[in-house]
Design a protein around this ligand. Structure first.
Ligand code: LIP
Length: 255
């Protein structure tokens, strides 16, 4: 793989994430136009507009690449190069004025993730990494936590969008709540993974997320010294169950 392609792609992804983040920050707290209000999810016009902005910036530099995002496909879907974009990860938080959301951008080449960028516009925290390289937060190298005991751990449990997957998460909660120092349920898979990568969390577990929620975070956690497992859900081939942790604590065995 040409290093120059990856380094250029990383620069473009970071610039797109920052530009999209600045726009989201400027609209944060204002009334957001709702495209779809679901029982356990919300789709905003801003989700679409933000992905359109990111798509425009990526395809301007890489016109023959594919875009695979939460808000749809764009570009050349036959390309070996595929950008995986979540324009607002934590959309429900954003809509409710909870300042815990991010932009997540990853790039795959023939299925292998080459780079990951996660940007939290409210805290101006940007995580980045490239295949085979270190992971950074605002330019400083990061690593997963050193903790080895589950009883010392802070563990994030994500809750998804359907009754079945929410129940799957609920089954985990009492077991973890009684085994760890604290559980957290924050509503952004990508930020959960970024927090595992920089040692704020010791693990993140969610029973049903999409590739765009976790692609960038997967590479971040692995390059920060952690472990990442994902399995396609039997009930929905488009959804994955994820476990990410510091590679040191012993997670509870799945029931
Ligand atoms: C969200 C995930 C979160 C999950 C939510 C939702 P979105 O992504 O990051 O972990 O629990 O159900 O899927 O939809 O806000 O981009």
């Amino acid at each position: 793989m040409s290093v120059s392609i990856i380094s250029t792609a990383l620069e473009v992804a970071i610039a797109a994430a920052r530009e999209a983040g600045a726009s989201l920050r400027s609209h944060f707290g204002k009334i957001a136009e709702v495209n779809e209000m679901l029982a356990h999810d919300i789709k905003l016009a801003l989700d679409v507009e933000t992905q359109d902005l990111i798509t425009e910036r990526l395809l301007a530099q890489f016109p023959d690449h594919a875009i695979y995002g939460e808000e749809g496909l764009a570009g050349n879907q036959d390309s070996e190069w595929q950008w995986i974009v979540d324009p607002i990860d934590g959309t429900v938080n954003y809509f409710y004025g909870i300042p815990h959301y991010c932009i997540s951008i990853a790039l795959r080449h023939m299925g292998a993730i080459q780079l990951g960028v996660i940007y939290d516009p409210q805290r101006d925290e940007l995580w980045q990494t490239v295949i085979g390289g270190p992971a950074f937060l605002n330019g400083q190298p990061i690593s997963v936590s050193p903790r080895t005991l589950l009883s010392d751990a802070v563990v994030s449990i994500g809750f998804s969008k359907t009754v079945a997957t929410i129940n799957a998460g609920l089954a985990l909660l009492p077991r973890y709540v009684q085994s760890v120092r604290k559980c957290r349920l924050m509503g952004s898979a990508a930020l959960d993974l970024a927090y595992v990568a920089c040692g704020r969390y010791d693990a993140y577990i969610e029973q049903s997320v999409s590739l765009w929620d976790v692609a960038a975070g997967k590479l971040l956690v692995e390059n920060a010294g952690g472990a990442f497992e994902m399995t396609t859900r039997a009930d929905n081939p488009d959804k994955i169950s994820v476990r990410a942790w510091n590679g040191k604590i012993k997670l509870l065995t799945p029931e």
